[in-house]
Structure formats: C-alpha cells, structure tokens
Design a protein around this ligand. Structure first.
Ligand code: S3P
Length: 169
C-alpha cells in the first residue's frame, strides 16, 4: 500500500508520516528530502537559483519516481505537491491520499518558529503570516479536499485512530 500525506506547510506531514510508516513497517520518504538529495542543494537554493517552476517540475518527477520504485511506502509531500500538474489525480490513482487539515492557529504557531527553510514564507512579516496562511489555504483547499481521508484536529487524534482511519479508507 502507498500512503500519501498532504497538507499545508506546518500541518504535521513529516511527523505523522514517520510514525505511521514505523507502525505499519513501511518505508518512509519525505518528498522535499529526496529532491534535496537529488539536487544536492537545499529547497531555498533551488527556489532562489532555479525558480519555483523548476522546483515544481522536479517535485513531479521525483514523486513519480518514488511511486514507480515503491509499491509499499508512506510519502510526506510538500505543501504544494497536490496543487500542481495532475499530481493529486496521480497520487489517488496509486494510493491513499490523506489530508492533514490542521487549524490555521496551529499552523501559524508552528510556522512562526519554522520558516527559515520555507522560501514561500521568507518575505512575509510575522504580523502578515496569518493572513497569508488563510489566503493560500483557500487557494489550495480545492486540491486538498480531493484526498481520500481528511484528518481534522491532527493535534488531538491518537496514532491508533489515525492508522485505523487511514486503513479503512
Ligand atoms: C511548499 C512547501 C514545502 C516545500 C516548498 C514549497 C509549498 O514543504 O515543498 O518550500 O508550496 O507549500 P513543507 O510543506 O514540508 O514545508
């Protein structure tokens, strides 16, 4: 089985992905990390030197490669992965897509602390961040909503409930 975790930056995809993979004894991949390994440079450098369009095309290629090479795995996507090309249809075709629909205030709290590695946030002032999250989330919602499973209040669900919900999708 393939499980794809999607959701906004700071929604907890990597945190949950690693634990779900461990509990189900599946290999775990973080899409951004695989891109960084292949490119031999960090996400901010890829955006800064080659632009977002280049990043999105590499993101799609690496997503397809990981799927091609793994019939069983958990993949934590980047926040934008399902919103470009046909990535969401592709993921739904080859596995179960889980949207971590984390509340805006939780995202804000986390992103205020963890924004250095996130090029989309680098020019946004702290006081504008909440507004940015709401606007971007509204733009992306139509893609996220296509997930097979939607987990709301991820900070209040147990690992067992999370796994049961995903397995019964
Ligand atoms: C992005 C999210 C990032 C990373 C890139 C773009 C986005 O991943 O892929 O900075 O468009 O939301 P995380 O969601 O893991 O931060």
């Amino acid at each position: 089985m393939r499980i794809f975790l999607i959701g906004f930056m700071g929604s907890g995809k990597t945190h949950w992905g690693k634990q779900v993979a461990q509990r189900l004894s599946l290999p775990f991949y973080d899409l951004d990390e695989v891109i960084v390994e292949e490119e031999k440079r960090g996400i901010p450098d890829i955006f800064g030197e080659s632009g977002e369009e280049y990043f999105r095309s590499r993101e799609k290629e690496v997503l397809e490669k990981i799927v091609d090479e793994n019939t069983n795995m958990v993949l934590s996507c980047g926040g934008g992965t399902p919103c470009f090309f046909n990535n969401i249809e592709f993921m739904k075709k080859y596995g179960t897509v889980v949207w971590l629909n984390t509340q805006v205030d939780v995202l804000l709290h986390r992103l205020l602390k963890e924004r250095v590695q996130r090029p989309l946030l680098k020019d946004i002032r702290d006081e504008d961040l909440k507004h940015y999250i709401i606007r971007k989330l509204n733009e992306r919602r139509m893609y996220y909503e296509q997930a097979d499973v939607i987990i709301s209040k991820e900070d209040a669900i147990s690992m067992n409930d999370f796994i049961q919900t995903v397995l019964h999708a």
